[in-house]
Design a protein around this ligand. Sequence first.
Ligand code: BG6
Length: 498
Amino acid sequence: MSFSKDFLWGGATSAHQFEGGYNLGNRGLANTDYLTSGNRQNPRRITLKLSNGERFDAKKSFHGISIPEGAKGCIYDDTYYPSHNAVDFYHHYKEDIKLMAGMGLKCFRLAISWSRIFPKGDEKEPNEEGLKFYEDVFKECKKYGIEPLVTMCHFDIPAYISQTYDGWLNRKTVDFFVNYSETIMTRYKDLVKYWLTFNEVNILHDYECTGTTKNSLDARFQVNHHIFLASAKTVIIGHKINPNFKIGMMEANFYWYPETCNPLDSLRRIELSREWRDYAIDIQVRGAYPNYLLKYFERKNINIHIQPEDDDILKEGTVDYLGFSYYNTSVATTRVNADETGGNVISAIRNPYLKDSDWGWQVDPIGLRVILNDLYDKYQIPLFVVENGIGAVDKLEDGKIIDDYRIEYFHDHFVQLKKAVEEDGVPIMGYTSWGIIDLVSNGGGEMDKRYGFIYVDMDNEGRGTKERIIKKSYGYMKQVFESNGEDLNIRGEYDIYG
Ligand code: BG6
């Protein structure tokens, strides 16, 4: 068995990191529009106005932030906000999709910006200009035989919902989201088959994602519950709109190797996995809260509002496939002061067997095979690698970007992906690398951390022509995509620079 003939090879993006056009076509503001740029030394900030009119910048934090009562997101003229223009897919979409088609891409993962369709979020009627924009994008994809994979919510929420309803803490937001998801699924029922409800649903704690300023365990799990409910309702409705839809969940995949054979390290591994990953998959794939989470609620005295009908909704609205992002693994240890390193969303414990990327995220191709097996053994539904890639500093010299490190990274991961399919028999629907075209980093808000096979002439402050320049890795990916993963060789024949 090799990759199936309809294996979805491609690349992935999100609206706030890629699209731009933040105030065009009647789009409303999203909380992500208040996020400043940053870099390795300086974290991104959310700019707010306090009720007394003073400016307040809150550090972006995955662990939630404390925002003073009455503060509201505010855009300041002296500040650069990367999402506003991002790399301007809004105006470049025809050129970008043509470049993607040129590399043999079969699937393009993109996110719809909720506030482009419902500018405030609570309207009954959608914004036609927003709907038309994505319709044009999907038609352009179809022209080249590219299958869109649509994320309905990639870390964003209309600012109005955040400020008026306290975001996902309010159960009304479930209805607003379902109105949005039903609208887009109805409109694009013949153009889009593959959907993801929420990006990295297991880590939605940041203010820009949740829309609430409350920061407590009760609030965290109430927000989670509403999001799980909205996702399940969307799955139920989506299958009625078009029974051929494949609607998946998307989780940030974390995986820990026990540091030693000390049983406590293994126990720690289980605890970490449940805390950061498994609970979300259990709810969305199995359709119920797992016992360990209910016990955790009891221990921590966590009280959330669950309506009697919610259990049935979660049970009925289980997903068709499990999508996940994969960047790095970590180590489970009971040792204090273990050496920390970077990682996607949460920092990791350094593994001496692995090498670091420029950002300290440890590169672990075999980890991809381990995770694919682990997830399939546990959940027995089709898997989809919807993000994977390496953020690196690329150098543009004489009009070329020789990114051999990126080619090596993908080669090594593809070898493991292939083994998971051919030797382990794991059903995998597709693989979309993160950022086909360079885009703004989510964590740092910078451009220096590049993921694409196509370079964008733009710096950390948004300066540059936004010209697209093909990197050496573009040729390698073309070879892999066009051979349906048969030809993974790094021979150099793909080298478009000659
Ligand atoms: C994932 C997100 O967590 O990781 C993307 O879904 C993000 O939005 C990607 O860009 C890589 O993270 P970063 O911080 O390097 O952009």
